[in-house]
Design a protein around this ligand. Structure first.
Ligand code: PTJ
Length: 246
């Protein structure tokens, strides 16, 4: 195994790529996950590989939504599991959310491998193994969810999500939080809270905001949710990417 020197100018990016490769080797991440990572990495480069102010506002709004929810669920795919397994477990813990493995390219082997991997990273209750409910208006394999998980959720965090599924979840009336480095992709476009940031930075920052807001009253949380401007967040991210201003 190759060591990446920490002073390398692209350290974080190389580490991310390496984690995805390991994910593929362990049977957690789908091969397509490598393409997804490559696309994400290009957008992150153009964003300056930092959390821009509108993304931080989105991350705070996401924390408020998760804390206000009756039943928040965090969706885990092969890329998310490879990149931030412990961080997702920590966010679930702080917000009282469920973790659910939900795959675009679904196989029983990958579901099991991802659930095991999450448990190794201190996740307690991992959903997604029952698959006893369906998201309406999606083809069979991609529609499978747990009846007491995503199907029942009022707020869902779907990082790196496919556009069709993001739309179908939106049509179910769920409050959708999407993490995606491409502000033009359909998932952030349909999200109530589009977070244009690298998942590696986004998830710990949502957790930090949730910790900060843990004792806030309901009115304060509702105000944060109401003040968040999804269109402005998408536009600011796109402007930053197009400006070439690094
Ligand atoms: O594990 P599975 O079977 O559920 O498959 C997961 C992938 C990601 C392969 C599948 O959902 C897929 O093909 O997704 P897409 O259509 O490639 O979309 C992935 C989106 O995530 C793209 O818009 C990328 O720019 C973005 N992205 C990639 N890496 C990151 C990211 N966004 C935030 N942080 C990243 N690290």
């Amino acid at each position: 195994e190759e060591e990446i020197p920490e002073d390398h100018p692209r350290y974080q990016d190389l580490l991310t790529r390496h984690r995805i490769e390991e994910g593929v080797e362990k049977g957690i991440t789908h091969l397509q996950g490598m393409h997804a990572e490559g696309r994400g990495s290009a957008f992150d480069y153009l964003l300056g590989e930092e959390t821009i102010p509108s993304a931080d506002a989105a991350e705070r709004a996401a924390a408020a939504h998760l804390l206000l929810a009756d039943h928040p669920v965090l969706s885990i795919n092969g890329n998310v599991a490879a990149l931030v397994p412990g961080e997702m477990a920590a966010l679930a813990d702080v917000t009282g959310a469920d973790l659910e493995v939900n795959l675009f390219n679904r196989t029983p082997e990958r579901i099991e491998a991802i659930a095991d991997h999450l448990r190794e990273h201190d996740a307690t209750d991992v959903k997604g193994l029952e698959a006893d409910a369906r998201i309406p208006n999606l083809d069979h394999q991609r529609a499978k969810v747990d009846a007491d998980g995503i199907y029942d959720a009022d707020v869902v965090l779907v990082p790196l999500e496919d556009g069709d599924r993001a739309e179908a979840l939106d049509e179910m009336g769920k409050t959708e939080i999407v993490i995606d480095l491409n502000p033009l992709s359909r998932s952030p476009q349909v999200a109530d809270v589009p977070i244009v940031d690298n998942i590696i930075r986004a998830v710990p920052n949502i957790t930090a905001h949730a910790r900060d807001l843990a004792d806030a009253d309901e009115d304060t949380l509702r105000e944060i949710v109401a003040d968040f401007d999804r269109q402005a967040a998408l536009e600011e991210a796109e402007e930053r990417i197009r400006s070439g201003d690094l």
